[in-house]
Ligand binder design. Structure first.
Ligand code: ADP
Length: 427
């Protein structure tokens, strides 16, 4: 019993061992067998001690594992997490923060919150920790701010910092800050606001002359010369078509957004057409107008493609109207057509204001305008290029742009030549 007992006991839990010690102590009160009971008690006490130390080791191991798990969660989570001490200095800076800010944990720990995260809020004021936490207390230990951080390259990301504080005896002792990058959300918000401003402007602009001319016809129509009346009616018709086109564009964009680009493909009415002829037709008004310097440079051979003529003319007209809108009135615009590697291509080349390098990626985004909607030197909705590209893609092609500020822009549409399209279809 004396050798097997401790080993057996070592497998028991702490409460069980304590009970055993208590039970073994009872015979101490009995005069007989006192020696046996005492030695059993000593053994039991030894075993209990060992069990306790084993249990303590297990508890330490469990805590160690829990700590490692928590550290892993904090390190790997997609949200930025910062822990601040009561001195406003960083105690912990997780991996998402390193990514978001480009500052390694070693470079952030120990630094003041204000040096790292106090950007400027929407009003332009600096969101320092003192300002942010001015209203917090044990009853409402939360604060939040959206700020734009400043990097060495100038204004950077917009981030939302949510503070959650721990209070002891009325003073805060720790502040856990979760940080989200909200740059994209703010861009969408801005684009939405710009879009509403642009669409309102676009719809209001033609309404004023339409209303004015209709009033004029009602009041003085009888006494007007036929020529003048036709002129007024032509202007009303033009402005109405502009509004109708705008509404068409909005409906098309909303369809693409809800049903995906496939919706455009299904709605296409494809025919074999000559890109040169279709371009000539779409640009007819511009080519005819002697005040505009638009020239067509066709190749010797027709460029036969499978396309929806209406949609094709919409693409060309969008690009041509942009070239005109964003160039001085008398600047020449070229329409160059050619074939290349199985593609039929048409380039709209202007000598206008050009597009800044950093905007090139975004001009094809829905609602994006380089124009400032407040100054609005040229009207528009930011939908033309998006629609042109979606339509070209639906017909198996693409629209690309190249530009240099002040050096003019070139927008090139490419569509598969009919023979090429047939090869692709049969392969
Ligand atoms: P909109 O012309 O209605 O604003 P678009 O989608 O057609 O919308 O064009 C997006 C932006 O791209 C325009 O706001 C303009 O700043 C720029 N852009 C397009 N075409 C040209 C061009 N030919 N020259 C200079 N900038 C252009």
């Amino acid at each position: 019993m004396t050798t097997a007992l401790p080993r057996r006991l070592a497998q028991l839990t702490v409460p069980t061992a304590t009970c055993l010690v208590a039970v073994a102590a009872v015979p101490l009160l009995e005069p007989e067998g006192r020696l046996v009971t005492l030695s059993a008690l000593a053994l039991l006490a030894l075993a209990a001690g060992r069990i306790m130390s084993l249990a303590a080791t297990t508890e330490v191991e469990r805590l160690r594992q829990e700590k490692a798990t928590l550290e892993q969660v904090v390190r790997l989570t997609g949200d930025g997490i910062v822990l601040l001490g009561s001195d406003g200095r960083v105690r912990l800076w997780n991996r998402a923060m390193e990514r978001l800010m480009g500052v390694p944990s070693g470079g952030a720990v120990g630094r003041r919150y204000d040096d790292l995260l106090a950007g400027s809020d929407s009003s332009g004021a600096s969101a320092t920790l003192d300002r942010l936490l001015a209203g917090v207390g044990p009853d409402s230990p939360y604060a939040s701010a959206e700020v734009q951080l400043t990097t060495n390259d100038g204004p950077g990301h917009w981030v939302c910092c949510d503070h959650s504080l721990q209070f002891e005896d009325g003073a805060w002792t720790a502040d856990v800050v979760t940080v989200h990058d909200v740059t994209r959300l703010r861009e969408i918000e801005r684009a939405k606001a710009d879009f509403v401003a642009a669409v309102s402007h676009e719809l209001r602009t033609p309404i004023t002359p339409i209303k004015g001319y209709v009033e004029l016809l009602r009041a003085k129509g009888e006494s007007m010369s036929e020529e003048l009346r036709q002129d007024v009616l032509r202007t009303v018709a033009e402005r109405t078509s502009h509004m109708a086109r705008l509404i068409e564009d909005l409906l098309l964009v909303s369809r693409i957004s809800s049903e995906g680009p496939g919706a455009v493909v299904l709605a296409l009415q494809l025919e074999l057409v000559d890109l040169v002829e279709e371009t000539r037709r779409a640009a007819a008004d511009y080519l005819r107008d002697p005040t505009r310097q638009v020239s067509l440079e066709p190749p010797a051979e027709p460029l036969e493609i499978s396309a929806d003529p209406l949609r094709l003319s919409q693409i060309v007209m969008n690009l041509l109207s942009n070239a005109h809108k964003y160039s001085p009135p008398d600047a020449p615009i070229r329409l160059r057509l050619w074939r290349e590697d199985g593609w039929a291509k048409v380039a709209v080349i202007d000598q206008g204001r050009g597009i800044p390098e950093e905007e090139m990626q975004r001009i094809f985004n829905k609602f994006h305008r380089v124009e400032d909607p407040m100054t609005m030197t040229a009207s528009g909705t930011g939908l033309g290029l998006y629609i042109a590209r979606e339509l070209a893609r639906a017909m198996g092609g693409e629209v690309d742009a190249s530009s240099s500020p002040q050096g003019g822009s070139t927008f090139t549409v490419r569509l598969p030549l009919a023979r090429q399209a047939a090869n692709v279809a049969s392969s």
